[in-house]
Ligand binder design. Structure first.
Ligand SMILES: [Zn+2]
Ligand SMILES: [Zn+2]
Length: 279
């Protein structure tokens, strides 16, 4: 009998916008047969201590991680950090600045909506998320609930986007900052869900090239609920740019029936998994 390993290197807990506590997440991962789990909450590592204690109880390996928000040529891009030292000063001060920015941005969005005749948006959106995690999606839910828009699609046609009420341009970390913070904390930088960004293929290739030149090490070849053909295309991209390959479900909540911990399309054999660098 060979020992089975199952990696899930991209997940969220209540320490950001996930619905399970770090302990519940680890328990579910263990049930699903995950042997190596990375907790990668948005712009924060607060869940790692609890996750690490739980991982010990359940006998699985916890990989300390984070998912850093980046603004890159008008697009919001996510960079996952794996195997990092959460005590690192450069990392923590960078993440702290991002959380401050998120709070400030939420206030700006609310102010702009108020000027457009929609009061109470900050309090309204805060029903759906903690103050430090408030994002456009929570404002969108508020706008639908209050009848200002029919549905989410309608919101993003008429609000919160360029030249419409409630728009605030993204001003997250630079790509260089994100990669540098992760590297200074001894971690590996990984481009999260590269297929999900709404950008042309040539722009995506420029992103990968720049990321590589800054010291980025891997891309997520397989993400939750991703089509096998898309996984193949991302694997080719990893191969071409000589980047390591990562895989992660991007699990947020059991309510999403399409995404489960540890369930992803298997990566093609020609890529080099990111964990081959771990001892
Ligand atoms: Zn993401
Ligand atoms: Zn994520």
């Amino acid at each position: 009998m060979s020992a089975m390993t199952q990696y899930d290197l991209h997940t969220h807990s209540t320490a950001s916008d996930g619905s399970l506590t770090p302990t519940q997440l680890v328990a579910r991962a263990s049930e699903q047969g995950v042997t190596h789990l990375a907790l990668t909450d948005h712009d924060g590592t607060e869940g790692l201590d609890e996750a690490s204690t739980a991982a010990e109880q359940y006998g699985i390996t916890l990989i300390p991680g984070v998912e850093v928000s980046v603004s890159w040529h008008g697009a919001t891009v996510h960079i996952v950090g794996l195997q990092l030292d959460q005590q690192n000063q450069a990392l923590q001060s960078g993440l702290g600045a991002l959380r401050d920015y998120r709070r400030e941005r939420a206030r700006k969005i609310a102010d702009k909506l108020e000027k457009a005749g929609i009061p109470g948006a900050l309090e309204g959106a805060a029903q759906y998320a903690s103050e430090t995690m408030l994002g456009r999606l929570h404002f969108a839910r508020f706008l639908v609930e209050k009848g200002h828009a029919r549905d989410m699609k309608d919101v993003f046609n008429r609000f919160l986007v360029k030249n419409k009420p409630g728009y605030v341009s993204g001003d997250w970390a630079t790509l260089e900052q994100a990669v540098t913070w992760i590297r200074e904390a001894g971690g590996q930088a990984v481009i999260a869900h590269p297929a999900r960004y709404k950008m042309t293929n040539s722009k995506r290739r420029r992103l990968v090239a720049e990321f590589k030149s800054l010291g980025g090490e891997a891309i997520e070849v397989s993400s939750g609920n991703q089509h096998p053909e898309e996984v193949r295309v991302m694997a080719k991209l990893a191969e071409e740019f000589e980047l390591l390959a990562s895989c992660g479900s991007d699990f947020h909540s059991p309510d999403n029936n399409w995404i489960e911990l540890g369930k992803m399309t298997t990566m093609p054999p020609f890529v080099t998994p990111v964990w081959t660098q771990w001892q």
